[in-house]
Design a protein around this ligand. Structure first.
Ligand code: ATP
Ligand code: MG
Length: 390
């Protein structure tokens, strides 16, 4: 059987003159993703990206799963391709959907015709193929209103395609079509979700992790690398930046008032992320903050945290409840890894009574005990790069 994937483009079909740029990106992303799975001919036509196996070794199950993790498609369809002749369409439907017919009690045929020169109308073709299928499977009723099985026929320029239920695509925009951003990735539940949500809107991700060895262990670092690896099928190949953060945290502990530890530490993170963003052409910093979740995520604390930088700080989870965030974490497959019990640098030297409404003037005063520039330079100079491919 001539198995094929039809990937239906989402929002980019609404793009005007720029549409080609988005579509080229999308096709390039599909090619990169499918390169791991087998040899395919991949091309775009009529708001669809076609993934056609070039030989018998192509793993169509794996290709289908991979396609569902590519941003930019609303639906992923596994179909059988055939000649546009109505009898060939019937024969294909009979064979390709034999298992579906064995289970259903009622069916209908639904035809879409983008080849407007085709000699039959959609309704005529549906009736013709439906009639033959009804003879071939006499135990199953035709029900045009609420059928258990819908046989979908698409008549396109060069071929016809037969399939049943389309699967949901990942949605969003092609990764790389909306610029790049530094994403702050801790080992928690939230930041893999905020990273995923940003990639979903077409942003190329540069993940950054702050690491405080020996206060946080190699296991904690391994966990973050694993989270990045789990995100790679969605985000594409990434280079994770691991920033040595121990010296900064010790300096803050030794020289600043305890109630300001966290907010000062977070100001350092923001500055270092801005530096990495600038050096790598990124237009924003992304965090997994959610309003009111902890002391450093009040409006006042977030204002102080982003005060040292001009670059936009994006917080995709800002108005989401933990429950909603967990739901996404489960769906994208990061939850189980996120809950492994390794400490994050944010939990090292946590103040007993953090200020939930820090005042900028007091924070600046507290920070003046530190050589901020030298500490930022030192940390940025010691960054370790870990290539994350899937
Ligand atoms: P998460 O579940 O993402 O760890 P959290 O609820 O633990 O978040 P915080 O620890 O306050 O919240 O961190 C808020 C955000 O700051 C995180 O979502 C992440 O974007 C960033 N962040 C925290 N710790 C680190 C770290 N060690 N490296 C990189 N980013 C971090
Ligand atoms: Mg955290």
């Amino acid at each position: 059987m001539n198995d094929i994937l039809l990937l239906k483009q989402g929002e980019i079909v609404l793009k005007g003159l720029n549409r080609r740029i988005f579509e080229d990106k999308l096709v390039a992303n599909v090619r990169r993703r499918m390169a791991h799975v087998g040899k395919f001919r991949i091309y775009a036509a009529q708001s669809t990206v076609y993934v056609e196996p070039m030989d018998e070794t192509a793993d169509m199950d794996a290709a289908f799963e991979a396609a569902r993790q590519i941003f930019g498609f609303v639906a992923v369809v596994r179909a059988a391709a055939c000649d546009k002749d109505p009898d060939a369409i019937f024969e294909t439907a009979k064979k390709y959907l034999a298992e579906d017919f064995a289970q259903a009690k009622s069916f209908k045929v639904e035809t879409k015709r983008s080849d407007k020169a085709y000699p039959m109308t959609s309704i005529q073709l549906s009736q013709y193929v439906g009639g033959l299928l009804s003879d071939a499977f006499p135990d199953i009723e035709v029900d045009v209103h609420d059928p258990e099985l819908t046989v979908r026929v698409e008549v396109r320029e060069t071929a016809a395609y037969v399939h049943s239920v389309p699967a949901l695509g990942a949605g969003g925009m092609p990764v790389g079509s909306c610029g790049s951003a530094v994403s702050m990735l801790s080992g928690g539940i939230d930041s893999p979700v905020s990273t995923w949500m940003t990639a979903k809107r077409g942003v190329n991700i540069l993940p950054v992790h702050f690491f405080s060895f020996p206060y946080t262990s190699e296991l904690a670092k391994g966990k973050v690398i694993e989270l990045a690896r789990l995100l790679a099928p969605w985000c594409g190949r990434m280079t994770l930046r691991i920033v040595p953060f121990t010296h900064i945290q010790e300096e803050i502990r030794d020289k600043c008032p305890e109630e300001y530890f966290t907010v000062i530490m977070r100001r350092f993170m923001t500055r270092i992320c801005e530096r990495i963003a600038r050096d790598n052409g990124c237009g924003a910093i992304v965090t997994g903050e959610s309003l009111g979740q902890v002391a450093s995520q009040t409006l006042e604390a977030m204002a102080v945290t982003q005060e040292p930088v001009k670059i936009p700080v994006l917080r995709p989870l800002i108005c989401m409840d933990k429950r909603e965030i967990i739901e996404i974490a489960r769906k994208i497959g990061t939850f189980e890894t996120s809950i492994l019990p390794y400490e994050d640098c944010c939990t090292v030297f946590t103040p007993r009574h953090p200020r939930t409404k820090p005042r900028l003037a007091e924070v600046l005063e507290a920070e003046s005990a530190l050589d901020v520039q030298a500490l930022v330079d030192e940390a940025a100079g010691g960054v370790e790069n870990v290539i994350i491919s899937r």
